[in-house]
Write a protein that binds this ligand. Structure first.
Ligand code: PAF
Length: 316
């Protein structure tokens, strides 16, 4: 079967798996800077639509259209240098299995996802290939298939998950920087993932339950206190596992993300509104699981976990 190239005469450098809010945003930002990027989508109808219509990015400067090839059949793409997972944590295993034909001997896998445990699944299925973890503070909302609202920029931090992946982490960060996406490398993936989990455990369920944009956490005392306590519990659990978060001050870090993405609807709220499964188990659920295991009380995370599961069950 003939494999397509991302652009005439060029091998694909990045395949982004999952055309959701972050997947479409990153694909568009990279393609705009001339990088050979393609999207892999499990949904054939949507992938045809995206290839035909392109990705529409809306931000404070206006609106623009970026064309990115999108495929549902992995055999129609050539193996990329980086396979970047931008899917929900509960889809990681299925998406990795779908993408397996795309993995070349040199392909590096990047988990640019919320939640804990994704890199472990990717590592189990990728036969020793290098794995990176990445966390981004970009706020992006999918208004509908291929239409994203870019509500705020922030740094993207990358860490090697597997041994000897430092070189690849730097190469991935350089590639993002060349495309205007602020990126840094940090040496420890566990630190990175738990730091991101603290932000998500605070912002995502609180905004999802209250049905408000991220900025409301700074305006409403009740929401701010709940979000801050969820972040502090997460920090305590991480510390008990020997993991120090990257922030000098975790509460300030939560507030900064709320400020930088004030008009953004968190990914969990977007899922609730669309009646889709949320990532609550991979975020607050993991904090609760480890908290119980280590004997650290995490009552706010427990409450948020149960409330989001209830709301999500009602909506679905
Ligand atoms: O999941 C999300 O929505 C994002 O990770 C973040 C940073 C909380 C912004 O909305």
């Amino acid at each position: 079967m003939q494999r397509i190239l991302a652009a005439a005469g060029r091998e694909i450098v990045v395949v982004i798996v999952g055309p959701g809010a972050i997947g479409c945003l990153f694909a568009a930002l990279l393609a705009e800077k001339g990088l050979a990027v393609a999207l892999l989508d499990k949904n054939p109808e949507r992938s045809l639509l995206l290839s035909r219509e392109g990705i529409r990015v809306k931000d404070s400067a206006g609106e623009r259209l970026v064309h990115v090839p999108c495929e549902a059949d992995p055999f129609r793409l050539s193996p990329p240098a980086f396979l970047c997972l931008c899917i929900k944590s509960f889809d990681t295993e299925a998406a990795m299995r779908h993408a397996l034909p795309l993995l070349g001997a040199q392909t590096v896998i990047v988990s640019l996802q919320n939640g804990l445990g994704n890199a472990e699944i990717a590592a189990r299925l990728s036969a020793g290939r290098p794995i990176l973890c990445a966390a981004t503070s970009h706020g992006s909302t999918a208004e509908c298939a291929g239409v994203v609202r870019h509500a705020g920029a922030g740094p993207t931090i990358i860490a090697p998950h597997t041994a000897a992946a430092d070189y690849h982490a730097r190469a991935f960060a350089d590639m993002l920087m060349n495309a205007g996406i602020e990126s840094h490398v940090t040496p420890d993936a566990a630190t990175l993932l738990w730091s991101k989990a603290a932000i998500n455990a605070a912002i995502n369920p609180v905004t999802a339950i209250a049905d408000v944009p991220n900025g409301a956490i700074l305006e409403r005392e009740d929401l701010r206190m709940q979000a801050e306590e969820a972040a502090l519990e997460t920090e305590r659990v991480a510390r008990a596992m020997g993991i120090n978060l990257i922030y000098d001050n975790t509460l300030e870090a939560v507030q900064n993300v709320c400020r930088n993405t004030a008009s953004n609807f968190s990914s969990m709220l977007q899922d609730i509104r669309r009646g889709r499964r949320t990532e609550i188990e991979a975020i607050n659920g993991e904090v609760v699981r480890h908290g119980r295991r280590l004997g650290i009380p995490v009552p706010v995370n427990e409450e948020l976990l149960h409330r989001v599961l209830e709301i999500s069950a009602d909506r679905r």
